[in-house]
Design a binder for this molecule. Structure first.
Ligand code: CUA
Length: 162
């Protein structure tokens, strides 16, 4: 009789554990997103979203934004500003819907907007996509959380929600 109770408890715990694992994998971005979208890592610019003029923040509709960028050793390329300087700071109005699209020509990188649910693995040959609503105003640090070489710690940018 007691064995039966323990067996039920054991299986129950296992199910709970798997559910938590599944939740972590699918909702917290511990796995690469959108593996269905493939891209030639040697010719990223053949893809419209990653042409130099389409990098960075684009407003596509009311309250609807897209951020395209290329991660590479050891830089996040958000395109250039009007003065020709590399963009390292992105500003998005609070409460708007944002789609992040990231790819890389070289090795595995991370794209993590610290303190938010935006946390992706970026792999050559794939476009990592994540759509979210950033509600809380503030300045967030964008970091690479996959070790990618000697300049790993230099992959850095900021995102401002205002
Ligand atoms: Cu890129 Cu670490």
């Amino acid at each position: 009789k007691y064995e039966k109770i323990w067996l039920t408890f054991g299986i129950g715990s296992l199910v709970v554990f798997l559910l938590i694992l599944g939740y972590g994998a699918f909702w917290k971005g511990t796995h690469p997103q959108s593996h269905g979208v493939t891209i030639d890592p040697n010719n990223i610019q053949a893809y419209e979203d990653f042409k130099p003029e389409n990098l960075g923040l684009t407003k596509v509709d009311d309250n609807q934004y897209v951020v395209n960028l290329i991660a590479s050793a050891f830089n996040y390329d958000f395109g250039k500003d009007d003065d020709g300087a590399p963009v390292k700071h992105i500003r998005i109005p609070a409460g708007s819907n944002v789609l992040f699209q990231v790819t890389t020509p070289d090795v595995v990188h991370g794209f993590n907007v610290a303190g938010t649910n935006v946390n992706m693995m970026v792999e050559p040959g794939y476009i990592s996509q994540l759509e979210t609503v950033l509600k809380k105003p503030g300045i967030y640090t964008i970091v690479c959380n996959e070790y990618c070489g000697v300049g790993h710690h230099m992959m850095y940018a900021t995102l401002e929600v205002y």
